[in-house]
Design a protein around this ligand. Structure first.
Ligand code: GLN
Length: 473
């Protein structure tokens, strides 16, 4: 099903023309009807209906119910949300009930939005296809034999299937943008620190960000505007831009757009290249000034990411020791066995792989060769991006080298799987905002165009994204 623009839904709820309870039921029905796509881990019917009733009562008594009044949404299952377990799609966290909610969930609720379900993901957000979920694989809405991308594959599929008008994901190395590209919706990754990470299961803390998925840039921007900004519970958060995040007058005319040379070379499928080139041509016709830009260190970004990210994962996942929360092996004869058995049984293969790689690159003797060198290259990459943005306003390219691949095709080959992240990890390493916009189809599958902007230029990025959206469709 398709939803009206979020702003219109909320306006109608506030006027009493639409019922929040009906909206929740519509969404829960859609979830039931589209069960075969396996986008959802758990639904939250009681709490959602109760919140909806509360909103309808508020409106009936003449109060306003917020900018997102009655708007149902789905959160990736690594957000702490009341009313259902938070598992991060891992066996380790099965049965875990959040003692508090993520800050961004609180902010959405304060404006009247209602979380109706938790979406599937690669366990702990480690992956690009949802095949690493400890529970099941989500199917691509365009072709059930293919992956929806990941790790926010359940959230992206939810939006593409019309289960809710928007969904939350996370983006540590591309997990919001890449699945958005694979299912054909908008996927937004903000500047690092623009949205609080409090109450989100930590993956790699120096690149973890919230992600927003919706059908249009306008809807995405409204959600960004509601959740962005400083939070006392996350000391890395930064101040909002004064004008907020709703797109300004959108036009690409006169905008300097750099096409990333390294993203248009070898390894990009013909179908993806064709759509991206056609879109760039349209942008040029709409008045954008197009140049080619090279960031030589981009070719090393994937290697850098797959050193730094596992290093941070090995540290963040050390908290799952079977003592405080999560799975605990019951027959341990001592504490040491309790640690080892709980982790050996509780973690899936990909989490273990990353813990081992991370521990290795941080170990004395190898630290200088891997971790330290990767940090040096990361800094170089940041410097190259800063100088690129002296010449252009935005950088563009594909979001992934191919369209959605077949389920199982890369499951036994971690390196092939990691290659799907080649074009997304750089924005995370640099800390800049980046968005994926649908830009046509190739053999019946969506292609996503990626746009990046300098740090803290989220409003400018959303504004140009709205213009690009118009120009390329
Ligand atoms: N696919 C990437 C990885 O597996 C990105 C994950 C993410 O952004 N959460 O690390």
């Amino acid at each position: 099903m398709t939803w009206e623009p979020i702003e219109d839904i909320a306006a109608k709820v506030n006027k009493g023309e639409l019922n929040a309870v009906d909206l929740v039921d519509t969404s829960l029905n859609a979830i039931r009807q589209k069960e075969e796509f396996k986008a959802i881990i758990a639904i939250i019917p009681e709490r959602a209906r109760e919140r909806a009733r509360h909103i309808d009562e508020k409106v009936a008594s003449g109060e306003r119910a917020g900018r997102l009044a009655g708007v149902p949404f789905i959160a990736k299952d690594n957000f702490l949300v009341f009313g259902a377990e938070t598992t991060a799609a891992s066996n380790m966290l099965k049965g875990f009930n959040a003692p508090y909610q993520a800050t961004v969930i609180e902010r959405l609720e304060a404006e009247g939005a209602i979380c109706v379900a938790k979406a599937n993901l690669d366990a702990y957000a480690h992956g690009g296809s949802t095949e690493n979920s400890d529970f099941f694989t989500t199917r691509n809405p365009h072709d059930k034999t293919r992956v929806p991308g990941g790790s926010s594959g359940g959230s992206a599929a939810s939006v593409a299937l019309g289960l809710t008008p928007f969904a939350l994901g996370t983006d540590t190395g591309g997990s919001t943008r890449q699945p958005a590209g694979f299912v054909g919706c908008v996927g937004y990754k903000p500047t690092y620190g623009l949205m609080s990470r409090s109450g989100i299961v930590a993956m790699a803390s120096s690149t973890d960000t919230v992600g927003v998925l919706a059908s249009t840039v306008q809807d995405t921007a409204l959600v960004v505007d509601v959740i962005a900004g400083k939070d006392d519970l996350d000391s890395t958060t930064i101040a909002r831009q004064q004008e907020g995040y709703l797109p300004g007058a959108a036009s690409v005319a006169g905008k300097k757009i750099g096409v990333i040379k390294e993203y248009m070379g070898e390894g990009v499928s013909d179908g993806v290249r064709k759509q991206i080139e056609a879109s760039i041509e349209r942008l040029q016709k709409a008045g954008a000034i197009i140049t080619e830009v090279s960031l030589p260190s981009l070719s090393l970004a994937l290697a850098v990411y797959y050193i730094l990210c596992p290093a941070e994962i090995s540290s963040n996942l050390s908290r799952y020791d079977g003592q405080r929360y999560g799975y605990s092996y019951e027959d341990a004869k001592d504490l040491s066995e309790s640690y080892t058995k709980s982790r050996a049984i509780g973690f899936g293969n990909e989490a273990k792989r990353r813990i081992m790689i991370g521990t290795y690159v941080l170990s004395s003797g190898y630290y200088d060769a891997y971790y330290k060198r990767a940090q040096i290259v990361r800094t170089k990459l940041i410097q190259e991006a800063v100088s690129a943005f002296e010449a252009v306003d935005f950088l563009v390219g594909p979001v992934a080298p191919t369209t959605a691949f077949k389920i199982g095709e890369r499951a036994d080959d971690p390196l092939a799987m990691y290659l799907a992240d080649t074009m997304t990890v750089a924005a995370n390493l640099i800390g800049i905002p980046s968005v994926s916009i649908p830009c046509g189809m190739s053999n019946g599958l969506p292609v996503g165009m990626q746009i990046m902007a300098p740090q803290r230029a989220d409003r400018e990025l959303l504004t140009v994204a709205a213009a690009v959206e118009e120009a390329v469709q």
